[in-house]
Design a protein around this ligand. Sequence first.
Ligand SMILES: Cc1cc2nc3c(=O)[nH]c(=O)nc-3n(C[C@H](O)[C@H](O)[C@H](O)COP(=O)(O)OP(=O)(O)OC[C@H]3O[C@@H](n4cnc5c(N)ncnc54)[C@H](O)[C@@H]3O)c2cc1C
Length: 364
Amino acid sequence: MSGHRIVILGAGYAGLSAAKRFARTAREAEITVVDARAEFVERVRLHQQAAGQPIASWDLRELLERKRIRFVQARATEIDTERKQVLLDDAPALGYDTLVYALGSTGGTGAVPGVAEYAYSVATPEDVRRLPASLGTGPVAVIGSGATGIELAAELAEAQPDTRVVLLGAEEPAAWLAPKASAHVRRVLERLGVEIRGGVKVVEVTGDGVWLADGELVAAAATVWTAGFDVPDLAARTGLAVDGGGRVLTDASLRSVSHPDVYAAGDCAVIAGPGGRELRMACATALPTGMYAAEVISARIQGREPRPMKFRYLVQCLSLGRDDGLIQVLHADDSPAKTVLTGRSAAWLKERVVRFAAAGAGLS
Ligand SMILES: Cc1cc2nc3c(=O)[nH]c(=O)nc-3n(C[C@H](O)[C@H](O)[C@H](O)COP(=O)(O)OP(=O)(O)OC[C@H]3O[C@@H](n4cnc5c(N)ncnc54)[C@H](O)[C@@H]3O)c2cc1C
């Protein structure tokens, strides 16, 4: 293993959890982490920041060098898989023996006209910095009744009780959870004054608001799109085998199915979970898959057979403002069980889970 060059692309939850594990399991290797950002910001708190709450950040160089891991702040622009090197925009090319591809995701547009031009996003720290002042005065339309849309709408409505916040989605909010859970989400959103528009199809976003398929305009001074993430196109441009959305196809050991020196983890990877069901884009996926990628790579370079990945989701947690929340217990296949925890205790537990995630990425 001595001198084996491991390059980790991306210092999000997946990349950092891989780096943390490598620091224990591959001490002799030369480990380098590359990220375009100088700082790690907790992505799972960006809806809080969008509603005006300060959130912490960590200096990546300081954090990684403490673990004797080299950090290069640069954007990866190309991967030359023949020469086994990564080309960077602001630093010399980096050679690798094994590459961990963990570039995560960004806000999507759902190919809906006007989203790219007129809608805002809370998917990345840069998106949150671009949010307009009109988010504070409203009316605000939040498109997407998945977890991010629900959390954002609740946070905005709680922070700005006089602002009209409309949550629009193809389904009712939290429709994928147990009936008790989705009923609680609706109750809290209504209590906070969020106007819920479920079962609607958004066909266009303009400077005036959101056009629905039935011809109605939902007027908004600011529109935020939360309905789905996109992944960077670097893997597809590089010729790695990817799915239709550009995520890296991996085998059971998170190895690229087309390039054996490349492994992928987190949002940018297609990973089979229990029963072959695809794992979802989540911090709850990124952390364990980053760690497992590091374990597999360390074992293989030491000539050992890695253990199979044991993975299952236990709960899904939603914050509903600062004083309420929801913990949905999950079956092994990620479907919702009957057990649901709500209210202050759920909010408290969700906060613990977020702190636990930060510790998993080595941030504590
Ligand atoms: C508001 C919000 C709330 C969320 N809440 C939850 C939650 O409660 N629970 C949950 O499980 N998940 C939640 N998520 C989802 C979760 O944040 C993501 O699934 C998780 O961050 C994915 O981690 P990752 O390491 O794969 O990617 P990311 O966190 O996206 O990290 C990728 C890293 O790669 C870097 N990068 C990208 N391209 C390049 C490049 N070309 N060169 C160099 N560096 C590059 C980026 O700068 C970034 O640091 C939430 C997301 C949002 C937006």
